[in-house]
Design a protein around this ligand. Structure first.
Ligand SMILES: [Zn+2]
Length: 624
């Protein structure tokens, strides 16, 4: 008996993205700006094409050239990773990951930057600098650090704790080489080419998590300044003295290139300063008549700490709900970023021991995540906390694009309890951790770089960021609009060119235990299954006569409601029998593989005609 297994099944979905076409070669960069919107077809769901440019070795760079290669994070928010290559070696900034929606990549846990170029050049890597502890900057470390040769990591204290905490979940990995630095300090790295050591200076930046920093990498013709995620602390658009000091200091040196956060560059002016959010929250906390429940991002350390400190000052107790909130508070305590008095943070079970106006609950789930604390309380699925009409909810976060539906569901569930809700549209209870264009332009004016590269964000954000600089008088031919995998070269600190070739940049996907950049077929199959289900045909074929032993079996899932589709199924059975027997007529020996492929096409076409759906058709032909 011979079974013919089905081949991996996939149909091409949409045009494939051409690679290596967008560079403009070694021409001057200003050509890129006349082209208007990029003509390249978008990849379906941003997945890699199977034929990535396999370019992992580049000609050595000469002493006067620097190479900038964004490996991730400039076509999306997330998976930030940037390589700066100079003759002395390669310095990497950040190693993040990106969450994927179920529609984009069903079943995929995370997407990582593509590190193939770094893997092939790992003996030239000098160091990995991590700007701050958010997952889009540190999340890739456990998956990637070993692949790129376990280079030394340089970062600030809190970030080092967060990296180590995550690393505990991967005990099989070799120990990481962690070096804690202060923002405002400098690191000397031994050159790999026998040249002088490379100096990297770090500087503090304002972001929603403590110990955020930027980098300034010294090269022969000037510095490459990388911002990390940041905004400015300011009063009505006037940056504070502290900001002026930091940025003024950077501007005193010669800076060739400034790589800057674009996450909030679709907004003009200055973002709401965190101090205003603190003030609003302080008022709400002091005036709350009943219990106060504050939903926020656990990654917003500063705000969590401030809420706890304010509650403590007002003699209130704090309950923390949600794993990430608990973990991050624990890390802040461990790192001495704050020390709540014993008894300030109480377990949820003790809520009833205190008057309602003495309780502040900090919870995860302001994005409407189904399993997060806020939604569980809102839908009555929480063990100890039940809402009452006297409670006040503060949603201290904005809605991340893509989460609108789940946030709406959360709000509806909250309002059903008849309680009072405060959100960022009604009051200043949230500010972003990323600067608006007013802040970005101000920073650039301080740094005075020869070239600018808007980074960290979707292409639309990067464009808006670039436009803001152009509007403020910065020459547009000096602005780089990066794509992942692009190889940018600057010679003598003044000549900018984009190489025609690219390094592999297709996202690497973490799918359970496997990591790879070739899983497009798997994702497409999952998408196709999710959309129209599957249709399995099992038929036993007499390999001498080509006759079917009996009427074929059909198993379908997620395709049509079987009970109402009996006639479709019996007609399809007749079609299958006829197709197999017609195809095998006079065939000797019978080629089951050929029959199977033809049968797939025939049945697919038939089902499409009958139902306007395209289930995944999987024939299993058993030759006897
Ligand atoms: Zn961040």
């Amino acid at each position: 008996m011979k079974t013919v297994p089905s081949k991996p099944h996939s149909r091409p979905s949409g045009p494939r993205r051409p690679r290596g076409k967008n560079g403009g070669g070694s021409k001057r960069f200003n050509n890129r700006h006349v082209r208007g919107p990029s003509p390249k077809p978008l990849r379906t769901s941003g997945m890699a094409t199977l034929k990535e440019t396999e370019l992992v070795t580049l000609p050595p760079i000469d002493a006067d050239t620097i190479r900038i290669i964004p490996l991730g994070g400039v076509e999306e928010v997330g998976r930030n990773m940037l390589a700066v290559e100079i003759p002395e070696g390669i310095i990497i900034s950040d190693a993040g990951f990106q969450f994927m929606s179920e529609e984009e990549a069903p079943g995929i846990d995370y997407v990582l930057p593509n590190t193939r170029y770094l893997e092939a050049n790992k003996d030239r890597i000098l160091a990995l600098f991590i700007t701050h502890g958010h997952l889009d900057h540190i999340g890739g470390i456990p998956y990637l650090i070993d692949r790129i040769g376990n280079p030394p990591i340089y970062t600030q204290y809190l970030t080092s704790l967060m990296i180590k905490k995550r690393q505990e979940e991967f005990p099989h990995l070799p120990e990481i080489q962690m070096n804690v630095v202060d923002a405002g300090g400098r690191v000397q790295l031994m050159a790999k080419n026998g040249g002088n050591p490379v100096t990297v200076k770090t500087f503090p930046v304002t972001h929603s998590i403590p110990d955020s920093m930027g980098l300034s990498i010294a090269t022969k013709h000037g510095n490459v300044v990388i911002s990390g995620d940041l905004k400015l602390e300011h009063v009505d658009g006037e940056p504070t003295d502290e900001e002026k000091k930091v940025w003024g200091g950077i501007g005193k040196e010669k800076n060739i290139l400034f790589v800057v956060d674009s996450t909030n560059a679709e907004r003009d002016g200055f973002s709401i300063p965190e101090t205003r959010v603190y003030k609003t929250l302080e008022e709400i906390i002091s005036q709350a008549q009943g219990r106060l429940i504050i939903g926020l991002f656990a990654s917003n350390f500063h705000r969590m700490i401030h809420i706890i400190e304010t509650a403590e000052k007002l003699g209130k107790k704090v309950v923390t709900e949600g794993r990430s909130v608990k973990t991050n508070i624990e890390i802040s305590e461990r790192g001495d970023f704050f020390k709540p008095k014993p008894g300030t943070i109480i377990p949820a079970e003790q809520i009833c021991d205190y008057a309602p106006d003495k309780i502040v609950i900090i919870a995860t789930g302001a994005q409407g995540e189904e399993q997060a604390a806020l939604m569980r309380i809102a839908t009555g699925r929480h063990k100890t906390i039940k809402f009452t009409q006297r409670d006040t909810i503060v949603l201290s976060s904005s809605v991340i694009p893509g989460n609108e539906v789940s946030v709406q569901k959360l709000k509806d569930n909250l309002y059903r309890h008849g309680l009072n809700i405060v959100h960022y549209r009604s009051s200043d209870v949230h500010s972003t951790g990323h600067g608006n264009t007013g802040e970005l332009v101000w920073m650039r004016e301080q740094v005075k770089p020869t070239f600018m590269m808007p980074a960290y964000g979707f292409h639309s954000m990067i464009r808006c960021h670039a436009n803001a600089h152009i509007k403020s008088g910065y020459p547009k031919e000096n602005i780089i609009l990066p794509d992942n995998g692009m190889i940018i070269e600057i010679k003598n600190g003044t000549e900018l060119s984009i190489r025609k070739d690219r390094v592999p940049s297709g996202p690497m996907m973490v799918d359970g235990f496997s990591i790879g950049d070739m899983q497009e077929i798997v994702i497409r199959d999952r998408q196709s299954l999710a959309k129209d289900g599957m249709f399995v045909i099992i038929a036993t074929v007499n390999i001498r006569t080509g006759q079917l032993k009996k009427s074929p079996d059909i198993i379908s899932r997620g395709f049509v409601y079987i009970r109402e589709s009996q006639s479709l199924f019996s007609e399809t059975r007749v079609l299958i029998k006829k197709t197999v027997e017609d195809l095998t007529q006079g065939m000797n020996p019978i080629d089951l593989e050929y029959v199977k492929n033809n049968l797939t096409d025939t049945v697919e076409r038939y089902l499409l005609q009958k139902t306007s759906k395209r289930p995944m058709v999987i024939p299993v032909l058993i030759g006897v």
